[in-house]
Design a protein around this ligand. Structure first.
Ligand SMILES: *[C@@H]1O[C@H](CO)[C@@H](O)[C@H](O)[C@H]1NC(C)=O
Ligand SMILES: *[C@@H]1O[C@H](CO)[C@@H](O)[C@H](O)[C@H]1NC(C)=O
Ligand SMILES: *[C@@H]1O[C@H](CO)[C@@H](O)[C@H](O)[C@H]1NC(C)=O
Ligand SMILES: *[C@@H]1O[C@H](CO)[C@@H](O)[C@H](O)[C@H]1NC(C)=O
Length: 450
């Protein structure tokens, strides 16, 4: 009898110790995330991410490039660009090809080291879903879903394999220091662009409502492949448009209202897709500032699309593009506070600080921060009375008005600049032709005279 009591006593101690250790170990204080990784290109950034030593990595889409991009063709039989375009620029690939591209991505040595060490979770965007800018109409979506979940090592019996779409949520860390990660699916149910229709679809909306109204967490990170707060299209259109929640204004309002109504503290967004890094915040959606940290891409980045002698031009354009939500501070590497080279997102939580602080950053391929913000968790509370009263008195103006509400001269100044530059270019061309013609004419006359 006495031995039995001893055994039980010892067991209780052992289990007790194991539990405390488990919860201590699972405190989440370093998270990395990223998007837009070309599986066929070198991916040196994994070494940097491994050095950052995160406890969790989050894929935000375009985890592989699963569609085939045809070259730009203005002339010829198959024209992929311009108003006279008659052929698609992107075409889906076969299931076998998609699977093989995922295999290449999964076997990248740097990525393999990371996923063998820590938990890796994720959602998708258009190119890994199977087709550029695709939504609910895409016929290969169930196959793509299976292949993404295989890539992420989702268990075979997981309900996530049976639902329509890849949305999911995770709660990590010990009680009172929990981090909840909600990953949205912005593809499976999305209506066509320019429809102002649905992004999430009704089943995902009711799921999200439950998740937001469920048990509290110290921090809630919502991962969306496309940007939520920034609506750059409002200032880059009609030159070009980017995908974002802003392109679906009704759906965006619904999302912001749902978060606001849930009265959940410390919600922030992370996003990808655009091939540059940016931190934005919206100060008038909730009782506290709502951040969106965009990191894009792990390999794909806007500056890589142009020769290095033109990188400065990309930076000037980024700096000239009007924005109302971007967080601009002197710590950014470039004045625009965007970053167009390969990058990843880093979130560090100092649980020991009082109040708890968050450091959110976009980091370059050397691991150095290029954009960032330090946020106190106490700021991100629905009881943030300072913020609420500043909202009431109208003191808060920055990061509050939408890009579409900018005065039109400012809003469209990128387009003006473009057309003015184009006009100068054409004029110069006309002038040159004229000069060449008159010189040529001169020669002709001279020849005749001779
Ligand atoms: C991916 O990288 C390969 C090899 O560098 C290149 O041929 C291909 O065009 C790239 N794809 C994209 C979508 O950038
Ligand atoms: C795709 O999967 C969903 C649910 O997982 C199912 O309802 C639907 O019928 C499937 N579609 C096709 C074309 O198999
Ligand atoms: C975002 O910009 C687009 C393009 O100008 C516009 O149609 C849309 O209404 C904007 N959305 C928001 C939320 O301002
Ligand atoms: C955040 O705080 C750290 C010190 O902890 C500082 O080095 C860094 O520059 C700050 N970043 C920003 C963007 O303010």
């Amino acid at each position: 009898m006495a031995t039995a009591v001893w055994v039980i006593f010892l067991q209780v101690i052992v289990i007790g110790l194991a539990c405390t250790r488990a919860s201590e170990e699972s405190l989440v204080s370093r998270i990395a995330f990223g998007s837009c990784a070309n599986q066929s290109a070198p991916q040196p950034i994994w070494n940097t991410i491994n050095e950052f030593d995160p406890q969790l990595f989050i894929w935000l889409g375009d985890n592989i490039y699963g569609d085939t991009r045809l070259p730009f063709k203005i002339f010829g039989k198959e024209r992929t660009i311009g108003p006279w375009k008659n052929a698609p620029r992107f075409i889906p690939v076969s299931e076998e090809e998609l699977q093989s591209r995922y295999k290449t991505a999964k076997n990248n040595p740097g990525y393999t080291r990371l996923r063998e060490k820590i938990q890796v979770i994720g959602t998708w965007d258009d190119h890994d879903y199977g087709l550029n800018d695709a939504g609910k109409e895409f016929s290969g979506k169930n196959i793509s879903q299976r292949l993404l979940l295989d890539f992420l090592d989702e268990p075979q019996d997981s309900p996530r394999r049976k639902q329509a779409g890849v949305y999911a949520s995770y709660t990590l860390g010990p009680k009172d220091k929990q981090v909840k990660v909600i990953l949205l699916d912005t593809r499976y149910h999305r209506d066509p662009l320019f429809s102002d229709g649905c992004i999430l679809g009704s089943s995902q909306w009711s799921w999200l409502e439950k998740e937001l109204n469920g048990p509290k967490s110290a921090l809630t990170i919502i991962g969306s492949s496309i940007q939520v707060i920034s609506n750059l299209s409002a200032t880059t259109g009609p030159l070009f448009y980017l995908e974002s929640w802003g392109r679906f204004p009704k759906e965006r309002d619904r999302l912001l209202k749902l978060i606001s109504d849930s009265r959940r503290d410390a919600v922030l967004f992370i996003s990808g897709d655009v091939h540059f890094g940016e931190v934005t915040r919206h100060d008038c959606a909730l009782c506290y500032p709502l951040y969106d940290i965009t990191s894009s891409g792990l390999t794909q980045a806007v500056e890589k699309a142009v020769p290095s002698s033109l990188h400065f031009l990309v930076r000037v354009v980024a700096w000239l593009t009007p924005t109302t939500m971007r967080v601009i501070n002197p710590n950014c590497r470039y004045r625009s506070c965007t970053y167009g080279q390969p990058n990843f997102g880093a979130i560090e939580i100092d649980w020991g600080a009082n109040p708890v602080t968050l450091k959110v950053e976009v980091r370059d391929v050397n691991g150095d921060p290029v954009i960032g913000a330090n946020i106190s968790l106490s700021e991100l509370q629905t009881m943030n009375t300072n913020h609420v009263s500043a909202l009431k008195t109208g003191e808060i103006r920055q990061h509050c008005s939408l890009e579409v509400n900018l005065p039109w001269v400012i809003r469209h100044h990128l387009a003006f600049l473009f057309f003015v530059a184009l006009a100068f270019f054409l004029l110069a061309l006309v002038f040159l032709f004229h000069a060449a013609a008159s010189v040529g004419g001169h020669f002709l006359c001279k020849c005749k005279l001779d």
